[in-house]
Design a protein around this ligand. Structure first.
Ligand SMILES: [Fe+2]
Ligand SMILES: [Fe+2]
Length: 293
């Protein structure tokens, strides 16, 4: 089983029409919006205080913002894709009618989110190795136990997603995309809320600590994708320049806020033993710019 985004039928396949009718029935407004442009400004990525960005030519600055937006939207699309597979796995393991109903509706929501975001995604990576964060998620959905999946995806990821999408919606210059993101926030709040109800009924164990350790390590390094987008457009940077850029991106504050949010989400779901285990592994400490460069 794979949740790869490019496992798609050719555009002229007859199945597309049937899927479209189904999505419309669930409230999909149809294909709206266009890729490209810069839906978010430099402030949204913390780039306005970064020398390497401020000193670049306007065309280069615009390329950096386009790349950051593309990365963000592409990652969101992958997550929605994995979300459909997650809901399907959870649906199959349900013990009650209500759980089946819950996961069937979550699957429909994620299918709709995927369709609504697709027109805005400027490029799709050719099928290859997905980013480590997405590989971790995919592996969890396919191989993880139910309690770990529930805690990591539905409590942590959907809770983090609410916050993330809300910020993106608020700062988005494209009203059509902002409306899509706002709709997603409302749905993710429901998905996350149900996770908070169900997680204490199925407490997660050591496997969740291991998955979350890997996940938090990816958060602790701060806005590496923004740095990579900057380097990709302005050219290579020396280690001191990377340290300066990460420090100007306020990597420690940025990662610290995300780590605190994740910790609160876990506590909200009653996962105090897991929080304690992660804390004793030092996983709620953000890396400094020197460590992250
Ligand atoms: Fe979603
Ligand atoms: Fe969701």
């Amino acid at each position: 089983m794979s949740a790869r985004v490019l496992d798609s039928l050719p555009a002229d396949d007859r199945l597309h029409a049937v899927v479209r009718v189904g999505l419309h029935a669930h409230g999909w407004a149809g294909r709206q919006g266009a890729p490209g442009g810069t839906p978010w400004d430099a402030d949204a990525y913390g780039l306005s205080g970064v020398d390497g960005y401020v000193q670049a030519q306007p065309a280069t600055q615009s390329a950096v913002l386009q790349r950051c937006a593309a990365d963000q939207l592409e990652e969101a699309l992958h997550i929605e894709n994995i979300g459909m597979a997650y809901a399907a796995r959870m649906l199959l393991g349900s013990d009650t009618i209500e759980e089946r109903q819950l996961y069937a509706t979550i699957a429909a929501d994620e299918a709709l989110h995927h369709a609504a975001l697709t027109p805005f995604v400027p490029r799709l990576e050719a099928a290859g190795t997905p980013a480590p964060f997405l590989s971790l998620l995919e592996r969890l959905v396919v191989e993880g136990d139910r309690a770990t999946r529930l805690l990591v995806v539905q409590v942590v990821l959907e809770g983090w997603g609410m916050d993330h999408y809300r910020g993106l919606a608020r700062r988005c210059a494209d009203p059509t995309l902002a409306a899509v993101l706002t709709r997603i926030v409302d749905d993710e709040a429901r998905h996350h809320g149900s996770g908070v109800i169900l997680a204490p009924r199925l407490p997660a164990g050591d496997a969740a600590v291991d998955v979350l350790t890997s996940f938090l390590d990816m958060v602790r390094v701060g806005p590496q994708a923004v740095l990579a987008a900057l380097i990709g457009c302005v050219g290579p940077m020396s280690r001191p320049e990377r340290i300066a850029a990460l420090s100007q991106l306020r990597t420690e504050d940025h990662a610290g806020a995300q780590l605190l949010l994740i910790r609160r989400l876990l506590e909200k779901a009653g996962a105090t033993a897991i929080v304690a285990a992660l804390h004793s592994r030092g996983r709620f400490r953000p890396l400094t710019a020197e460590e992250a460069a």
